[in-house]
Design a protein around this ligand. Sequence first.
Ligand code: FAD
Length: 519
Amino acid sequence: MPNSATDDAEYDLAVIGAGVAGLTGAVTAAELGLSVALLDSSAQPGGQFYRHPAPALGATRPQALHHDWSTFTALRRRLADSGVTLLAGHHVWTVVRAPTSGLWDVHAVTGADGDGECPVRVRARAVLLATGAYERHLPFPGWTLPGVVGAGGAQAMLKSGLVLPGAGTSSARAGVAAPPAGAKPAAGPRVVVAGSGPLLLAVAASLAKAGARVPAVVEASSYLGYARHPRTLAANAHKAAEAARHGAALLRHGVRLRTRSAVTQVHGSDRVAAVTVSRLDRDWRPVRGSGRRIACDALAVGFGLVPQLELATGLGCATRRAQDGSHVLVLDAQQQTSVPGIWAAGETGGIGGAQLAHAEGEMAGIAIAARLAGHRAPAGSGRVRALRRRRDRMRAFASVMAAVHAPGAGWSRWLDDTTDVCRCEEVSAGRIREAVADLGARDARTVKLLTRAGMGWCQGRICGAAVACLAAEGREERPPVPAERRPLAVPVRLDVLAARTGTTAPDPGDPQENAAENH
Ligand SMILES: Cc1cc2nc3c(=O)[nH]c(=O)nc-3n(C[C@H](O)[C@H](O)[C@H](O)COP(=O)(O)OP(=O)(O)OC[C@H]3O[C@@H](n4cnc5c(N)ncnc54)[C@H](O)[C@@H]3O)c2cc1C
């Protein structure tokens, strides 16, 4: 499993993202005879689900923070045996088709946050995009106070750093590392978990298991929405079992679950001291007078996940709107995007969880190997048919999940005009509303041009969903908003761009050129 590539190394397949989908796709394709490069910005493979501590942290039982760890160890073993070139710490900033060879050029930079040293180009006959997702955040008064973290972010802190929000490292380490002899465990920090989506239950269960006290899990939707889809639920019994496992863990730790409720304010002078939890109506508007204060040291809050599509939209891959309003890739039955030669698996095709990402990664690996061998589609073997059935069944569940946890339009009533919506550029809700009401902005892009909301370091990943909602506020009909296109998926130094100028000649008909205009 080499971890280096010379510039311009050529492969059959370049896989971007070494989470469940990318890892599975890469090893499947390599086992079918393809030469494969697997690039990921993280130092270790595993993605979000199998995020684990760096060896230097000395975790003796990293599996204690995971269920299904054996799937990951099996994938790691296959990776080691497969001949896949793993390029960890490689941030891919663009993918372009080389005009003469017809190969795909995958451009990456190495180093922490891409602030590194070495530009790298990998060339491949096909590309599998498995870039996963990031969290959807909705702002509310106090959300920028220290001690407020993303729900997935809290899970990531725990899985990779053995740290609990609102505390030092010691209490979390107790769950996975040997405790110091004679040490008395300290009372864990109080962490309220809030937002919407099944991730909240997983996060709360992990935090409680690692020693945090979780006063409440606050879910904005109602789980009753699932009951309207009994056939889809019955076909995905493993999801019900997963929810039951998390529910039992929460009961064991005495965690209260409050549905149709949201944290509408965070209190504290220099860090979180308490939160206000309000009841919500069906549209997520807070019910007047229903606010209750809960003392806590930290808040872990997230409203589901949004597919990470910068590379795909830069390539011109078609997207569609999922039931929760997010853009997801349009894929054919083989996992190919609308751009021939570009394939996708996992969260890029819609948020569906690790098992779906596994099935889609395998499906994509098999389909790409067949296509590069000159076949239109993989042979209809029993394995392929079983994978298709699994994928379709889990995709149906993913649609239900997206509909049940779709943010209600009334969430913006949590905001007051002084609440920062874009935290990178410190743009308040009041300024965005002014841009809409007084300056005529009708979409997030115009709001961005007028206020700088979404122009900072995160490039709208944190505030984008909120700004789009505020831009459409008060209008009866909401015109379809195209997926945002950016020519650069990660920050890149100007000298790296300049060095590449001569090698990838711009093509005026290329969708990526249009993407540059949109930036
Ligand atoms: C913050 C967070 C926490 C989560 N926690 C849980 C949990 O506790 N339990 C649960 O069931 N599910 C969790 N999920 C959902 C779960 O992780 C996914 O269902 C599953 O990981 C999907 O696998 P994937 O391969 O599609 O994506 P991921 O596992 O997200 O893998 C995508 C990979 O692509 C890499 N990547 C992205 N862009 C680039 C680029 N430009 N260049 C190079 N590499 C890139 C990323 O570094 C990442 O390793 C979480 C998701 C998130 C976002």
